[in-house]
Design a protein around this ligand. Sequence first.
Ligand code: PMT
Length: 380
Amino acid sequence: MRLLRKQGHDVRVVMTAAACEFVAPLTFQALSGHAVHSELLDAGQEQAMSHIHLARWADVLLIAPATADMLAKMAHGLADDLLSTLYLAAECPVVVAPAMNQAMWAKAVTQDNIRRLHQHGVRFIGPAAGAQACGEQGLGRMEEPVEICRLLLAQQIPGMLSGVKVVISAGPTREPLDPVRYITNRSSGKMGYALAQAAVAGGAEVVLVSGPVNLSPPVGLAFIQVETALQMYDATLTHCRDADVYIGAAAVADYRPQHIVAHKIKKDGDIASILLEKNPDIIAAVAGLQPKPLVVGFAAETDDLENYAKHKLQAKNLDMIAANWVGKAEGGFESDSNALQVFWPGGQQTLAMTDKHTLATQLLYLIAEKLHEKNPVKNS
Ligand code: PMT
């Protein structure tokens, strides 16, 4: 609250009963310069500013720290205190900075609630990983206030991608061997779909080109389902001709079987090897278009992440590359969370381990900045 006030923002504080056990409301009254709101049915406070008035007054509702209980209430529309009622009444963007024990964060029901809230448009900042108040280590501690403040203000840029066409490729490709078998990889599409959802939230016109995954496409975008790398190549190139940004989050098969056998290959046959041929490099082809969109690649690495990523940035003529570790316990393929090391010519930034939706928003913010540098008039 101090940091937001310092930057000239007017802050009103709502405290739950549990919050009042930790900090006296008087402290926040003194710091904010306004009465603190804590009772849903307090006649005095209701007259001064009811939950409806508070909801209409705010440009953004930030819940920090947001407990597992509060996220559950929000996900299911429960409104039994002032804060949860305020959330239901709010029409402004809602941002949460979760804080809880790592096992509570990882619990399937909490993750379901988080997914639901993402679908309802709630934005997440953090949680961060590290030592927790309970003495355990892991993902769940509240993001640092200075980081919350920075990301909160970044997310408030109205329609940071409005008027911008973004093409995103996601998921794996499947390269058939015969009518029943194919070569593929572990990509679930979660990273690419989170980017697509965040780009829609940022006001962009979004085209999502997706390999076969078990996810429902986010609402508000054009969706193109493909299977093979060649199909992904055609769809992506077609839509990138008038795009402002292309993000290659898909795990494209580098090779495909040279021949697709028309009938099911029998085990009593004598096939001892499969001949492969190279697939075209989709992102390199997009980077060769004239005019060229801002091209953002991903690099999935099992070792020497920085060197391989920097090499791909240069070799594929990309504007930015987001490198992630794969094959580790957390992050990369299939996982709900990820961390990125982002490189561009002359700069880099680390985006710490968090859920893929939050990470997607953070990456899009960096992309919006780059787009603005490239084309200050269109995106001012
Ligand atoms: O889908 P999830 O389970 O959420 O996992 C996310 C992810 C790990 C798949 C994602 O974060 C990621 O790293 N995607 C890129 C995976 C990859 O193929 O990386 P690469 O280092 O092999 O390729 C580098 C870049 O070239 C990528 O942008 C890739 O899309 C692109 N490429 C690769 C080969 C090819 N023929 N055409 C391409 O465009």
